[in-house]
Design a protein around this ligand. Structure first.
Ligand code: UDP
Ligand code: MG
Length: 239
């Protein structure tokens, strides 16, 4: 069983060509220290800046690196879902490609998985513009209110999951923001740990306040509905 993958790191990539080399190098350095079998899955979500070609170059000398390329842009949830479904790890780590997350935080997330189905990061010192920080704070508050949740920062992509748990989640567009809630609905516990956050130095953000707010509001109603209509039966006896 020694070639069984312990950890899959899954990262969606949309026009991130200038981030890829440092990203792969830093994730590799951190994971190599753990001395466990692992894989890195990069999912190119229809980039037009040569990201996939760069992924291939980086993969040429790295057997742990797997690449998936979409026919066109399908959005962050689709890219994350494709990576997660392709993953083989006992644990799955997700993060962004833009290095706003710190690969160096991965080992701490993995440690937390011993007692939980998922461990999610929260960005205590958020390095984004004032407008983004305020809108994110509002979004988290509103999301928690409507979905009866208490997740501090579900917009933080840096998360770790038990593999079988995350591979069984239902994926619909926008659901990447609700993965902790979906895990809890499946009966798992979720821990939150503080993680570092950095300003984006290369490439550009794919969202603005408005496209994020509008889309995630509808998604939130779907989550609300799912929680409301969840089957809660308990079997009393059987033979
Ligand atoms: N992303 C993607 N498809 C999209 C939009 C974004 O794969 O349609 C990826 C992007 O390359 C990055 C992550 O999702 O790795 C988060 O995107 P971004 O950094 O733009 O979001 P922000 O940090 O600004 O919320
Ligand atoms: Mg980002």
């Amino acid at each position: 069983m020694s070639d069984q993958i312990a950890v899959s790191v899954c990262i969606p990539v949309f026009n991130e060509v200038d981030n890829l080399e440092e990203l792969v190098h830093r994730v590799e350095t951190v994971m190599a220290r753990l001395r466990i079998p692992w894989e890195l899955i990069l999912v190119d979500d229809g980039s037009r800046d040569g990201s996939y070609e760069r992924m291939r170059q980086l993969g040429a000398s790295r057997p742990f690196l797997r690449g998936i390329r979409f026919d066109r842009n399908h959005g962050q949830t689709a890219a994350m879902a494709a990576g997660i479904r392709a993953s083989r790890g006992e644990a799955v780590v997700t993060m962004d490609a833009d290095l706003q997350n710190d690969p160096e935080d991965i080992p701490r997330l993995l440690e937390g998985l011993a007692g939980h189905a998922a461990v999610v990061g929260w960005r205590a010192r958020r390095q984004d513009t004032f407008v983004r920080r305020v809108s994110s704070r509002f979004a988290n508050w509103f999301r928690n209110l409507v979905s009866d949740e208490n997740i501090r920062d579900t917009g933080c992509s840096l998360k770790a999951f038990r593999g079988p748990v995350v591979r069984a989640l239902p994926f619909y567009e926008g659901m990447h923001r609700f993965l902790p809630t979906l895990v809890k609905m499946g009966g798992g516990t979720v821990a939150e740990i503080e993680v570092a956050h950095h300003p984006r130095t290369k490439g550009t953000s794919k969202y603005n306040v408005w496209n994020r707010v509008f889309r995630s509001f509808l998604d939130l109603l779907a989550i609300r509905w799912m929680k409301w209509r969840q089957l809660r039966y308990r079997i009393h006896d059987e033979f």
